[in-house]
Design a protein around this ligand. Structure first.
Ligand code: SAM
Length: 273
């Protein structure tokens, strides 16, 4: 009998992939974790039934959540990643020549372990000399930092469970305080088709705290609707203007995509008006 995995992306829409094999299923302290081998996208990581990453399309998300900010900040030496326990964002950050130190704060150690066990192309950066991996709540960690980072990337799950506070104005204020005077924040802010409230919450909250807030888009086939948004808050630099063109080994990001990603369809501009 065929086995399929379905993510219920809205109350009336499911996204299904044919599964060759279930590789892991467990209830961690924080969430339900599964790793399945799909026919279409290779290995897929799901948390609470929501697709987090797949072998085939992870490059889009991980290049786009990192390189837009890394290439528009003039000197992104110290980077903090909140969440991102699969390691894909860390892999892109440590590759960047301007970065000298990358700290990843993931709440759920089981996600890091699953990545090490099944996603070697994502987990490859955990042991890099530039990388530091901490198992802790990113919200509490950020509160203890003061002007410590050049760039903070929030690579979180959807705003449910342990990630809900990661979309609050109070959290964005702590991030602002943890950034240096020319610091930047990037968050994944979900689908403009299905999650307009999340975009309003992220963009609106960041915009209340940072002098410059911008939204950009990327196409990610396994995320709800395939069109995904990211929101940047910046203290100084315009994130739309790359000052460096680093894109070695990239499969999605180019300096042209960097600028084009900020061109928004009319209905998306209206969400953040
Ligand atoms: N790319 C993904 C997406 O948008 O679907 C997100 C990937 S990553 C696996 C998300 C991680 O954020 C999860 O491993 C989750 O445990 C972590 N996370 C959620 N809340 C957190 C918190 N408060 N502090 C640190 N990590 C958190």
């Amino acid at each position: 009998m065929d086995l399929w995995v379905t993510e219920y992306q809205t109350p009336s829409l499911g996204f299904s992939c044919k599964v060759k094999e279930t590789l892991r299923y467990e209830k961690t302290e924080f969430q339900e974790l599964s790793v399945v081998e799909t026919e279409q996208f290779g290995k897929m990581l799901l948390l609470d039934g929501m697709v987090q990453t797949t072998e085939q399309d992870e490059f889009v998300y991980h290049e786009m959540i990192t390189l837009v900010a890394l290439n528009s900040h003039r000197n992104p030496e110290k980077v903090l990643i909140i969440g991102g326990g699969d390691g894909g964002t860390l892999r892109e950050v440590v590759k960047h020549p301007a970065v000298s130190q990358a700290t990843l704060v993931e709440i759920d150690e089981r996600v890091v372990i699953a990545s090490k066990d099944f996603f070697p192309d994502l987990a490859c950066a955990f042991s890099e000399p530039k990388a530091e991996v901490l198992i802790a709540d990113g919200i509490e960690y950020v509160k203890q930092q003061h002007q410590s980072f050049d760039l903070i990337i929030v690579d979180s799950t959807e705003p449910v469970g342990p990630a809900i506070q990661l979309f609050s104005r109070e959290f964005y204020q702590s991030v602002y305080d943890a950034l240096k005077d020319d610091g930047m924040l990037v968050v994944q802010s979900e689908s403009p088709f299905y999650n307009q409230n999340v975009i309003k919450m992220a963009f609106g909250g960041i915009n209340q705290v940072f002098p410059l807030t911008k939204l950009y888009l990327a196409n990610i086939p396994t995320y709800p609707s395939g069109l995904w948004s990211f929101t940047v808050g910046s203290k100084l630099y315009d994130p739309q203007l790359p000052s460096c063109s680093y894109s070695q080994g990239c499969k999605y990001y180019t300096p042209e995509i960097h600028q084009a990603a900020f061109q928004l369809p009319a209905f998306v501009s209206r969400i953040i008006e």
